[in-house]
Design a binder for this molecule. Sequence first.
Ligand code: ADP
Ligand code: MG
Length: 252
Amino acid sequence: MTVQFDQIQKTFQSPDGELLALKDVSFSVEEGAFVSIVGPSGCGKSTLLNILAGLETPSGGRVLLDGVPVTGATDRIGYMPQKDQLFPWRTIWGNVTLGLEIQKRKNSGDLCRIHCLLERYGLSEFQKSLPAQLSGGMRQRCALIRTLATDPGLLLLDEPFSALDYQTRLTVSDDIHTIIRQEGKTAILVTHDISEAISMSDRVVVLSARPGTVKAVHPLDELHGLTPMARRDHPRFHRYFNEIWKELELGA
Ligand code: ADP
Ligand code: MG
């Protein structure tokens, strides 16, 4: 799926009056690309994903999905929120099939795909376990499989690793990167972690402090084709890191 943000503007009403959250945000994501959005807390990253997912309406501008303006929520988008939000009383199987249950489409093709995903990503023997019996990293993989279960063309990940400790985070981001690549999805990752953005994506979009606006776009050409782990060891990694860090440090 392709995404095009075209001059997105978002104003919220607050007790102190109008709050401009996003200003003239324009960039696009081509089919199969993995794009990260970094920016300081409160700069409008989640708002931008919500607009893309059709959960918020922009005050100005528009978002195109495969060239067609977004007008409401769609099941073509899989949204993986910040916390894994697995239901503690449902088994892993019950959790990963939830989306299909809601969409009333538990057909054999869909169920087969879920079995495959669980198998491929090391969770099939935990189908009958409850989330509390799994490690943080496994729960995160389970949340991703739940998001992939409905076979969305576009994945949105909003700070998906922030609840994990550093070591787990490295492993899980490697896993998730592999899964997204293998499944051939277009993905947008929102994070305030520069290293995470550089290690996982094809391109990093830097947003300024509120009102969020595109400050820079880094194509990360020299890291293409490398795994997150290999990227972290690459000399160019630190140069990208410093460039982006300076852009964020200097504010709006
Ligand atoms: P980020 O995800 O980058 O931390 P958000 O998109 O959550 O930022 O929020 C951007 C700004 O918009 C913040 O100042 C936040 O307080 C404000 N905001 C977000 N949602 C609402 C809302 N529903 N009503 C009023 N203000 C909001
Ligand atoms: Mg947010």
